[in-house]
Design a protein around this ligand. Structure first.
Ligand SMILES: [Zn+2]
Length: 433
């Protein structure tokens, strides 16, 4: 009798040791509207998360894990909703108390191992209360919102826990594309009549649908997602530009028709709430068709720019059903700047020289389109009807530079052969291409 109890308890000890899941690492990501905590685990675990008030704190219970509190030492709380994490242990439970600097809404879920993560991951998202307001404030760039500008939403793919593709020398897609996105934004913001909205500004993840929603919130005229993905064949190289596929477009229209709550916040101002089903479908179809036409035109211009700076993967604009491209009301394109899986391309993508070139090609394609087809009421629309009255000291070259048009176009628009200009002559300024 005595003996069997001993055996049972040894067995129990042994299984509990073997069964204990190891917490290998903890990471923390600060996004404008939430803080994400990620635990790397050697297997699945049971956990509970709940809130306690006065003072505000979140309690995380991890069942049957082996947790080394030293993991908490390297965490930095700056910009997060946390002040501190305390650790405690009883029997099978590891208890972490997250001390907060504001009230949050926690959400937790478990992720399975994948290509870029070998561990199971427990993710705890702590959403700031009234998070939407925070997003708006953070994303407006502290710059005054100018309604006459062309608003370009620039989306650096991946971020935070999602590194995207990883190339030789541990070059991560999420970092490369954020740098390129910032360079595109810089170019756009230094262009009169254009304003950039960076969808992601730092190293944190934003859900795909939320990326579109942010663009919509800022009445973006166009959405550009920037990536640098991997392919199983490391030799694959070159950039590509994608727009939404027909199949993706029709499934998205159906989704919008089914999800009535979306209908009141479409950009472009038309409200679908009070329309009949037939009219809603027609309006959505029209909007989607127009968006795709614009997307295709912008994408072709961007692709032409990319052809000038390096190899392109395909010679034409490609079509795919990527979620970030799915907006019936905002034209959208996705630029694959290159393959990070190709060692020489990864090296190139990691240089600021090449990042600048890519950024310029993207910027130029967008600008060219909107200079040619400016939305009503924008500064670019005003430019279409510009005239210039020649004053003393003017030269054709000076005027061409001022309005950013080519000398040839200026000559042609005004039927001028030589270089002579008469003071007081009214010149027609052509639309820049
Ligand atoms: Zn990507």
């Amino acid at each position: 009798m005595q003996k069997s109890i001993a055996i049972i308890s040894i067995l129990w000890l042994w299984t509990s040791c073997v069964m204990a899941v190891e917490v290998n690492n903890i990471r923390m990501w600060a996004a404008p509207d939430n803080t994400r905590l990620v635990f790397d685990l050697t297997a699945k675990i049971h956990h509970t998360v709940f809130i306690l008030e006065n003072p505000d704190r979140v309690v995380v219970n991890l069942e049957n894990v082996h947790f080394n509190p030293i993991l908490l030492k390297h965490l930095r709380y700056k910009k997060t909703v946390l002040k501190n994490i305390r650790y405690g242990k009883d029997n099978q439970h590891t208890r972490l108390v997250l001390d907060l600097n504001q009230t949050v809404r926690p959400k937790s879920f478990l992720l399975l191992p994948n290509k870029s993560h070998i561990y199971y991951r427990l993710v705890i998202d702590l959403y700031k209360q009234g998070g939407k307001k925070v997003i708006r404030k953070t994303y407006t760039d502290a710059k005054q919102y100018r309604s006459k500008d062309i608003i370009v939403a620039i989306d650096a793919g991946h971020g935070g826990e999602d590194p995207g593709a990883i190339g030789k020398g541990k070059i991560k897609e999420k970092n490369v594309v954020l740098k390129i996105a910032k360079l595109v934004a810089k170019r756009i913001n230094s262009e009169k009549g254009m304003q950039a909205i960076l969808i992601r500004k730092g190293d944190y993840y934003i859900r795909l649908r939320d990326r579109n929603a942010l663009a919509r919130k800022y009445n973006a005229d166009i959405f550009v997602s920037i990536h640098a993905d991997a392919f199983r064949d490391w030799r694959a190289r070159g950039s590509s530009v994608f727009i939404l596929s027909r199949k993706g477009a029709s499934s998205e229209t159906a989704r919008w028709l089914a999800q009535k709550e979306n209908n009141s916040d479409m950009a472009g101002g038309f409200n679908l709430d009070d329309k009949s089903d037939f009219l809603r479908e027609t309006l959505l179809d029209l909007s989607m068709t127009a968006s795709i036409k614009t997307s295709n035109d912008v994408a072709s211009r961007v692709l032409n720019g990319l052809k000038k700076i390096g190899k392109v993967h395909k010679n034409h604009v490609e079509r795919a059903g990527f979620v970030v491209l799915k907006s019936p009301d905002i034209p959208a394109l996705l630029v694959e700047t290159g393959f990070i899986s190709n060692p020489s391309e990864a090296r190139k993508l990691n240089t600021s020289y090449y990042q600048n070139k890519l950024a310029y090609a993207i910027f130029k394609g967008i600008k060219e389109y909107f200079r040619k087809y400016p939305p009503l009421g924008t500064y670019f629309a005003q430019l279409r009807h510009q005239q210039h009255i020649v004053v003393s000291g003017d030269t054709l070259l000076k005027i061409a530079r001022k309005y950013q048009v080519s000398l040839t176009a200026l000559r042609k628009a005004n039927n001028i052969k030589g270089d002579m200009l008469r003071v007081g002559k009214v010149l027609h300024i052509p639309v820049a291409r």
